[in-house]
Design a protein around this ligand. Structure first.
Ligand code: HEC
Ligand code: HEC
Ligand code: HEC
Ligand code: HEC
Length: 130
């Protein structure tokens, strides 16, 4: 193929690549690439400086507990495919998210899905931003 046609074919491939990525406000998390059986203490290895040759959790992760890791890094995490919806209202005075977003709590308010069971309210805005 001629150089010009090669360049335009590459352009189409690049565009397809861009369109295939969901519209995240943040990077999609890299999926965990090892067995997690018996490895619940993610931070034992993924804390900066803990183990050489293990990728460190980035500085943005400060304050995230071990219970949060798989919400984003599980190979089947919705975070890999579904950008979380933005909060469509102010959060001032509405810090108790689950007062309203618990299934059955208030009609006409979208419920937090079952996948969210046990998520502490302090973590809601990690994924849902204004
Ligand atoms: C015993 C140490 C250890 C524990 C515990 C551990 N990991 Fe890992 N993790 C590793 C190592 C080593 C790698 C690099 C593996 C490779 O690339 O072959 C890795 C890779 C990863 C990656 C891929 C990073 C990338 O750049 O693609 C993610 C994500 C990850 N781990 C998440 C987790 C989560 C979530 C947990 C807890 C459920 C966890 N890990 C527990 C050692 C550990
Ligand atoms: C809210 C989603 C979310 C949670 C919760 C989360 N991560 Fe991440 N993680 C990400 C994203 C997104 C990246 C990609 C880099 C970035 O944009 O910060 C990342 C990057 C990483 C990396 C770096 C991979 C590399 O190759 O550099 C590691 C390791 C990691 N996370 C481990 C963890 C561990 C351990 C926990 C739990 C303590 C955790 N993550 C919790 C979303 C998350
Ligand atoms: C007083 C009740 C109340 C509280 C507290 C509350 N919300 Fe909401 N939320 C609503 C209502 C009502 C809607 C839908 C209408 C609207 O946008 O105002 C909504 C919409 C949302 C949406 C958009 C859903 C969609 O389908 O587009 C998200 C995400 C959300 N809220 C997250 C949160 C988070 C995170 C918190 C805590 C920081 C929170 N909410 C606190 C009542 C509440
Ligand atoms: C790890 C990221 C993450 C965290 C933390 C998180 N969410 Fe979500 N949320 C999502 C994703 C992704 C979806 C859509 C896919 C799904 O159903 O899981 C979603 C869906 C929702 C929906 C449904 C929106 C609709 O219109 O259907 C609501 C409401 C919601 N979340 C509220 C919350 C609240 C309240 C918290 C804190 C208790 C919270 N979320 C914590 C990622 C997250």
């Amino acid at each position: 193929m001629s150089h010009a046609r090669f360049v335009s074919a590459m352009g189409v491939l690049l565009l397809a690549g861009v369109l295939a990525v969901p519209a995240f406000g943040q990077n999609p998390p890299p999926p965990v690439n090892h067995d997690v059986q018996g490895r619940d203490n993610c931070l034992m290895c993924h804390t900066a400086g803990a183990m050489e040759a293990v990728p460190d959790a980035p500085a943005s992760h400060a304050g995230r507990g071990n219970e949060t890791c798989m919400w984003c890094h599980a190979t089947d995490s919705p975070m890999l495919t579904t950008p979380p919806k933005a909060i469509s209202h102010g959060v001032q005075g509405r810090e108790q998210c689950m007062m309203c977003h618990t299934p059955g709590a208030m009609e006409a308010i979208p419920d937090a899905p079952a996948s969210h069971e046990g998520r502490d309210v302090k973590y809601c805005t990690l994924c849902h931003t204004g």
